[in-house]
Design a protein around this ligand. Structure first.
Ligand code: PDD
Length: 282
């Protein structure tokens, strides 16, 4: 397998960066994860746009065009095995000679990218789908969660405490007991046929999968969809709960904090939406 670092492709063990890199010292960088199915990327333009606005938000100047990013991704997809791949893109502010909190002037950003294999073909059958048991915790991250920062310690700690409880994700709520998102996913609920997801603000990442789902749902007038505040109580009383991300697609949640959601199986609305999502990919 090959990775990309600062203009070159190489085996992963040859990719070296300085320990003075601000990505390493401060988590000072922006990242993306783009899914590709049978060599075709999903939501590529939106992923690159989100990365470019993240870089602008933290004043990292990088002159890669969307076309250059596409070429890097296509090359990695071709040079790495597996029908379905996730492409990880990472830009840090770069290495400096000193450790200074202030953004240094005149350093070159570090650009790193690699592929990893996504789990097999997407499944729309509730019997075969990967369903999720998740934890539920107060969101203890920072107030700029709309920036896809490589500084993920808060997310990692939330995920890990879920894992310690035997769960595969942790859904988060703010101090007003409103659902924000999960440690590495966005959240949707279904109640009485209405699909809801928290509105975009500084508390959540504007997920590309979330956006794709909302776009697909808007094309089908038979769905009632709301972007609105969802309380912790509403989450626990929902008929269905989903978590969404580039690597999970639409992930059905069947247990939240040991409480069974709906029938305890991936629900009928999940099945419809996951199936529309799968068709949309090709
Ligand atoms: N995570 N919220 C958070 C905090 C995330 O880290 C992610 C994605 C999402 C979903 O965004 P998208 O649909 O664009 O993947 C929401 C990636 C996959 C990761 O960190 O691996």
């Amino acid at each position: 397998s090959l990775v990309y670092l600062n203009g070159d492709y190489m085996p992963p063990e040859q990719a070296k960066i300085s320990p003075m890199d601000r990505g390493f010292l401060f988590g000072d960088g922006i990242y993306e994860v783009v899914p590709a199915y049978h060599g075709k990327m999903l939501g590529f333009d939106a992923h690159i746009q989100r990365m470019q606005s993240g870089l602008a938000a933290i004043d990292i100047e990088l002159d890669y065009t969307a076309q250059q990013w596409r070429q890097i991704c296509d090359t990695l997809i071709a040079k790495n095995p597996g029908p379905n791949q996730g492409i990880y893109l990472h830009v840090s502010r770069g290495a400096d000679s000193k450790r200074n909190h202030a953004y240094p002037q005149g350093i070159t950003p570090t650009v790193f990218a690699f592929c990893f294999e996504l789990p097999g073909e997407p499944v729309c059958d509730p019997e075969l789908a990967t369903s999720y048991h998740v934890s539920l915790e107060q969101d203890k991250r920072w107030q700029r969660c709309n920036i896809k920062s490589t500084a993920l310690l808060g997310n990692v700690m939330h995920y890990q405490s879920g894992a310690a409880a035997g769960n595969k994700e942790t859904i988060l709520f703010n101090s007003d007991e409103q659902i924000t998102e999960a440690s590495s996913s966005n959240v949707f609920i279904v109640k009485d046929g209405v699909i809801s997801t928290p509105p975009l603000d500084h508390q959540i990442l504007p997920g590309i999968t979330r956006w794709l789902i909302l776009t697909i749902l808007a094309e089908h007038s038979d769905f009632a969809v709301q972007q609105r505040v969802i309380s912790k109580a509403e989450l626990l009383n929902a008929d269905e709960v989903w978590i969404t991300s580039a690597t999970k697609e639409v992930g059905p949640v069947v247990k939240v904090a040991d409480q069974v959601i709906g029938s305890g199986q991936p629900g009928p609305v999940w099945q419809q939406v996951q199936s529309l999502f799968s068709q949309h990919k090709f």
